[in-house]
Design a protein around this ligand. Structure first.
Ligand SMILES: [Ca+2]
Length: 118
């Protein structure tokens, strides 16, 4: 990346040289695959009341962004609100996830269920 007249090849090199992406001496930025459900596969949603159906950008359970967000209120006095984009409570596991989706902790949803109709 280019920063002023200098060029950096890694986030850590840029951070070390500029002091950017740190809060209180702690590194804050991440690089890598956020492991979203279906990046680029969100399609078009023409009804604003259906935004909650935009599942392509939810974090998968293995995402490095889980619990990697900042506590904006404690760091900056910014109230982040009580819900994520999908209506989940913030934070769900004590630490904020980075981005618009807070993964809800809990057991995995059951699969392979069958419904018997009498
Ligand atoms: Ca979390």
């Amino acid at each position: 990346m280019k920063w002023g007249d200098a060029t950096y090849s890694t986030l850590s090199a840029w951070r070390d040289a500029t002091g950017q992406e740190t809060v209180g001496g702690i590194n804050t930025a991440l690089t890598g695959n956020p492991t979203l459900t279906d990046p680029g596969g969100g399609g078009t949603i023409g009804d604003p009341y259906q935004l909650h159906t935009l599942s392509a950008y939810r974090l998968l359970a293995v995402s490095p962004l889980i619990d990697a967000g900042l506590d904006l209120f404690s760091e900056f006095g910014i109230q982040p609100g009580s819900r994520d984009f999908y209506g989940n409570s913030l934070p769900s596991t004590g630490m904020y996830d980075a981005g618009a989706h807070e993964v809800v902790a809990g057991p995995a949803a059951p699969t392979g269920l069958r419904i018997r109709v009498p």
